[in-house]
Design a protein around this ligand. Structure first.
Ligand code: ATP
Ligand code: MG
Length: 390
C-alpha cells in the first residue's frame, strides 16, 4: 500500500533487496508502488494512475526495455526511466533513442541524486497532465461555443416552420370542434359499414390528437424562445411559477408512446388523480419528464422483451412532490451510471448524451433533488423531488 498521497512512482525490479532499499530510502518523500516483474507492473499500471515508472533493465521473462515499450503505448503520459546495475550503455542508448525513457539511473544510486531525478519526473508528469487537461477543456469550450452559434442559427430557421405548424394546429382545432357534426353526417351517409366505422374512429381521434399537437407546438415555441434567452441570466423569482404536474406527466407519456409501442412496452401512471402544484415552469418540467421517460422507453426497447414497463409513480408529502420513473429496461453498469449527466456522454448510437445533463441542470435550477438507481439487466429508477408551491 502506498504510504503517502501524491503522484505515484512505480519501481520495477526482480531483486527483492533492491526494492526494499528503494522503498526505505524514498517513501518518506514519495508515493511508491513496487513490482517484481513486468507482468505485475502492467497489472498495477492498469489499476492506478502512475506518474513515473522506474524499471530495472535486466529482468527475467520480460526485460525493462520491452516493458517500457508497452508502457509507452498504453500509458503514454507516464514518465519512464531505467535503472541498471551495469553501465551497459547500449540498451540504455537504444531506449533513449526510441523515446522509451526520459532518464536513466546507474546502480548503485545516490539517494540525493535519485530524489532530484524523481522530483523532476513528477514535475514533468504533472505539467503534461495539467496541460493535457487544459487542452481538453479548451476543445470542449470550443465545441460548446460552436454548438451555441449553431443553436442561434437553428432558432432563426425553426421559427418559420413552427409558425406554420401553430397556424395549422388552430385550423385542425376547428375541424376537431366540428367532429360531432361530421359524425352525424357520416352516420347518415350511404357508405359501407366497415368504412363508416373506420372514419368515425378517425373523427373521434381528432380532438385528442389536436390537443396533443397544440401542447407540443406550444412546448416547441417556448423551447425556441428559451434558446434565444440562453446565456442571459434569469431572475429565479420568475421561475417560481406554480405548475400542475399531472397534465405534463400525461403529455410526456403521450410523446414517449412512440418509442414504447415498437418495443411492445407500456407507459403508465400510478398515483393520485390530483397532485400539488410544483415550483417549476411547465416547459422545464416537460423537458425533464420527457428526457427521463424517453430514456426509460429506450432502455425497455433495447432489452427487447415484450411487456416491458415504464411507470411514473407520484407521491406527495408535506412541501414536496416525489416523481419516480421506473423502467425494467437494460439498466446500467456502474461505470455508465457514474458518468451519466456528463454532457455528450451516451451509449446509444443515435443519442446526443444531453438528456440527463439537461435534466440535472433544470432540477438544480429550481432547488429540486434527484436520485438515479440502476442495475444491469434489472432496470432503472429515477427519483425526482420537487418543491411544491405554497
Ligand atoms: N433508464 C435508463 N436505462 C438504461 N440506461 C440509461 C437510462 N437512462 C440513461 N441511460 C444511459 O445514460 C446515457 C445518457 O443518457 P442521456 O439521456 O443523457 O443521453 P442519451 O439518451 O444517450 O441521448 P439523448 O441526448 O438523446 O437523450 C444513455 O446513453 C444510457 O447509456
Ligand atoms: Mg436520453
Amino acid at each position: 500500500m502506498p504510504a503517502r498521497t501524491g503522484p505515484l512512482i512505480l519501481y520495477v525490479d526482480d531483486e527483492r533487496g533492491n526494492r526494499v532499499v528503494f522503498e526505505q530510502s524514498l517513501n518518506a518523500e514519495f508515493n511508491l508502488l513496487t513490482a517484481q516483474n513486468a507482468a505485475e507492473a502492467l497489472e498495477l499500471l492498469g489499476r492506478h494512475e502512475v506518474a513515473v515508472v522506474v524499471s530495472d533493465i535486466r529482468m527475467p521473462s520480460m526485460t525493462g526495455e520491452e516493458l517500457l515499450r508497452i508502457v509507452k503505448e498504453r500509458h503514454p503520459q507516464t514518465i519512464r526511466m531505467v535503472v541498471t546495475a551495469y553501465a551497459d550503455v547500449e540498451p540504455i542508448l537504444r531506449a533513449i533513442n526510441e523515446g522509451l525513457v526520459a532518464r536513466y539511473i546507474i546502480k548503485p544510486w545516490i539517494r540525493t541524486e535519485l530524489v532530484q531525478v524523481l522530483r523532476w519526473a513528477i514535475e514533468a508528469w504533472t505539467f503534461s497532465r495539467d496541460s493535457a487537461a487544459l487542452h481538453r477543456r479548451l476543445l470542449e469550450t470550443e465545441r460548446l461555443a460552436t454548438l451555441g452559434s449553431i443553436a442561434g442559427m437553428l432558432v432563426h430557421d425553426l421559427k418559420q416552420p413552427l409558425m406554420s405548424l401553430l397556424v395549422n394546429v388552430e385550423h385542425l382545432r376547428e375541424l376537431a370542434n366540428a367532429a360531432p357534426l361530421l359524425r352525424d353526417a357520416l352516420l347518415q351517409a350511404p357508405i359501407p359499414p366497415a368504412q363508416r366505422a373506420r372514419l368515425i374512429e378517425l373523427i373521434d381521434d381528432l380532438d385528442p390528437v389536436t390537443s396533443d399537437l397544440r401542447t407540443s407546438g406550444n412546448h416547441l415555441s417556448e423551447l425556441i424562445s428559451g434558446l434565444r434567452e440562453l446565456g442571459r441570466p434569469r431572475d429565479p423569482r420568475t421561475q417560481a411559477s406554480a405548475t400542475d404536474p399531472l397534465p405534463i406527466v400525461r403529455h410526456a407519456m403521450a410523446v414517449c408512446q412512440e418509442l414504447a409501442i415498437p418495443a411492445r412496452a407500456s407507459i403508465g401512471y400510478e398515483g393520485p388523480g390530483e397532485l400539488p402544484r410544483v415550483r417549476m415552469p411547465a416547459t422545464e418540467l416537460t423537458q425533464v419528464l420527457i428526457n427521463v421517460v424517453a430514456n426509460g422507453a429506450q432502455a425497455v426497447a433495447a432489452r427487447g422483451m415484450p411487456h416491458g414497463k415504464v411507470s411514473i409513480v407520484a407521491r406527495s408529502e408535506a412541501d414536496m412532490l416525489e416523481l419516480q420513473i421506473r423502467d425494467d429496461g437494460v439498466g446500467m453498469a456502474p461505470e455508465v451510471l457514474s458518468r451519466v449527466g456528463t454532457p455528450f456522454f451516451t451509449t446509444r448510437a443515435d443519442g446526443t448524451g444531453l438528456g440527463l445533463a439537461q435534466f440535472l441542470r433544470l432540477i438544480g435550477t429550481v432547488g429540486g433533488r434527484f436520485r438515479i438507481e440502476s442495475e444491469r439487466g434489472i432496470g432503472t429508477t429515477v427519483t425526482i423531488i420537487l418543491p411544491t408551491a405554497a
